[in-house]
Design a protein around this ligand. Structure first.
Ligand code: G6P
Length: 611
């Protein structure tokens, strides 16, 4: 939530900050702003997307060698110019941007109001900023010192960048709970919420840890903890290319990411799965294999699309490894005082690796002695670093707000994990294991085949784009795919969509069915297929419109459905990696047909770093 960029060095700061904000817009796009310094401190901010800010700044003198910028996903205060960041302190001397939530801001605000402070915005950020300024005034000390003292009292999450009008050579930054990466150039530094604004300038980065303050000058990077002790910056080499974060000829990142899946799934499997010899190498997980296999239960925590991947994993791990699995929304799990015993296994699934609820859920569980496995896409992210072990999905940067390739990457890793553990434990026999390894290895090619249905699915999107509601139904391994299909559609087309287990539909949603309701069935050939076909009959009997995703060779379903999307066969355990592709394309084309910005749907953000 919210993207943060900063630059200090010999180059012009504004173009670097602006480009960085465009790369981080997936994190929020309610409003944006920059602070620059050329003799005096200048702040420009505007409601709307970064392009709108850029437009208003055309022709202005934006010369500056230091700059901070912010793209916002509103928490405190509606999205408008006033609440946009950067904020200026009461004196106008300090500019600050913030990603996160200050939970005890109301109390601090009261104290500042009593001292005569006034506030120009409704944000918690302005409160923290004036709190810092007040401390600095009273102590007659440095800004760095004031930040340190202020942060010791702060409850909540933050990544903040500050610049002071009297010190054009320093950016002060700090984080707790919200990400911050610092790129190290030659006589220059780049700061950002993730590495995407940085990679074209340098590949050497430092991931700042919680409770650390960075004092950033062109030639110097000092890291300290809140106790004023110097910390050694740990420099990491970025393994990411610029092309990975550009649209590469596609109209939208979402479409590019859907079409990348044959490659990204292959990348998730590469070096890990050898289908010929039947070997699976998951170095991160192997160390903990015995403990996982002998665990009394596995708990999976995640949010959004990652939670749906967790649901698929529940079915698969229980089937192949015979270990009880519970899947929880991280936001519920963290607050409901779950019973966790030493040695319990928690799998955290996250594309961004920064989702606040998932992160805190695993931190709490870790304290209680659980083993944490992270299935994460973003390398070096907070969840990856907090986990004891795990596996990266290697899906590459996902920029479209609606998650697509991350989901199939997560499934690839989760299926490999289940196969590896099940075979090792002996709950999965060798023949079945080998046949599933082969099926998994064949997924990239099969996804490529499904992507050839793009035109057909686009035509279906035209046919159904004016629906006001839509139901997605599936059973077994395909039930979470139905949930994911509904989520994709509502996220980017704003059509009310619900996913349901196909049979459960009779306990309520069936009341919605009439000739205007499209019902998408995920009805590939599996052990539940006949049951799903019966559910389809029930919908048809009530005149609902049925769109069915079916397996090649199925002759019965086409006689029932109004429209069919035919995909290649696969074992039912692998099938969700295929059946989800038409869901993604259908949602994408409906969103586009309705004229929406599918990469930046309203009210959403890609990385939810607030709870
Ligand atoms: C947000 C995104 C979703 C994502 C969810 C979980 O809601 O819009 O696409 O599935 O967060 O994010 P994570 O990065 O933890 O997978």
């Amino acid at each position: 939530m919210c993207g943060i960029v900063g630059y200090i060095g010999p180059r012009e700061a504004y173009p670097i900050v602006l480009k960085g904000l465009k790369r981080l817009e997936y994190r929020g796009y309610d409003s944006s702003g920059v602070a620059l310094m050329n003799g005096q401190l200048q702040v420009y901010k505007k409601k709307g997307k970064v392009a709108e800010l850029e437009e208003t700044l055309v022709g202005k003198d934006l010369h500056s060698h230091i700059g901070i910028g912010h793209t916002r996903w509103a928490t405190h205060g509606e999205p408008n110019d006033r609440n946009a960041h950067p904020h200026l302190s009461q004196s106008g001397d300090i500019a600050m941007i913030h990603n996160g939530i200050i939970e005890n801001y109301a109390q601090i605000k009261q104290e500042l109001l009593a001292k005569g402070y006034t506030f120009k915005s409704d944000t918690d950020t302005e409160v923290l900023l004036n709190f810092i300024e007040d401390i600095q005034k009273n102590n007659h000390g440095t800004l760095e010192e004031a930040v340190r003292i202020a942060l010791r009292r702060i409850v909540g999450a933050y990544c903040i960048l500050l610049i002071h009008k009297d010190d054009p050579e320093t950016i002060i930054a700090a984080r707790k709970g919200s990400p911050l990466v610092i790129g190290i150039g030659k006589g220059e530094h780049f700061l950002a919420s993730d590495a995407s604004p940085i990679i074209e300038y340098t590949k050497e980065v430092v991931y700042v840890n919680d409770y650390e303050i960075a004092i950033v000058r062109p030639d110097e990077l000092i890291l300290k903890n809140l106790g004023n002790e110097k910390q050694t910056p740990f420099i990491t080499k970025l393994d990411m290319e610029l092309a990975a974060i550009e649209k590469g000829g596609y109209d939208h990142f979402m479409l590019k990411e859907i079409f990348e899946q044959p490659t990204t799934i292959y990348d998730s499997l590469r070096g890990r799965l050898d289908a010929e010899t039947g070997s699976i190498t998951l170095t991160g997980i192997e160390k903990y294999a015995e403990q996982i296999m002998n665990a009394n239960r596995i708990m999976i925590v995640a949010c959004g699309t990652s939670w749906h991947a967790g649901l698929v994993a529940e079915y698969i791990i229980e089937e192949l490894c015979r270990i009880p699995v519970e899947v929880e929304y991280a936001s519920e799990f963290r607050y409901r005082n779950p019973i966790i015993h030493k040695g319990d296994v928690i799998i955290a699934i996250s594309q961004s690796g920064e989702t606040a609820d998932t992160l805190v859920a695993i931190e709490n569980s870790k304290e209680k002695g659980a083993i944490i496995l992270g299935i994460v896409n973003a390398v070096g992210s907070s969840i990856a670093r907090t986990s004891h072990a795990g596996a990266y999905t290697h899906s590459g940067p996902e920029i479209g707000v609606a998650s697509t390739k991350a989901f199939t990457g997560q499934l690839a890793v989760l299926i490999m994990t289940a196969l590896y553990l099940g075979y090792k434990k002996g709950t999965l026999d060798r023949d079945k294991y080998l046949s599933l390894c082969k099926d998994l290895a064949a997924v990239p090619d099969k996804v490529a085949t499904i992507l050839q249905l793009d035109d057909q699915i686009k035509a279906l999107a035209e046919k159904y784009k004016d629906a006001t509601d839509c139901l997605f139904l599936g059973r077994g391994y395909n039930f979470p795919v139905a949930l994911e299909g509904a989520l994709k559609l509502k996220e980017i087309s704003y059509i009310h969509a619900e996913g349901y287990p196909a049979a459960e539909m009779k306990h309520g949603p069936i009341a919605l069915v009439d000739e205007n309701l499209p019902v998408v069935f995920v009805a590939t050939k599996d052990s539940f297929h006949e049951k799903v076909v019966s559910n389809m009959q029930e919908i048809k009997a009530r005149k609902g419109k049925v769109i069915a995703v079916i397996t090649e060779g199925d002759t019965i379903t086409p006689t029932l459905a109004d429209d069919v999307i035919i995909i290649p066969p696969a074992d039912e355990i692998i099938a969700p990696m295929l059946s989800v592709i038409p869901m993604q394309l259908l949602a994408y084309h409906i969103g586009v047909a309705k004229g929406y910005d599918v990469d930046k749907p309203r009210n959403l953000a890609k990385s939810v770093t607030v709870e």
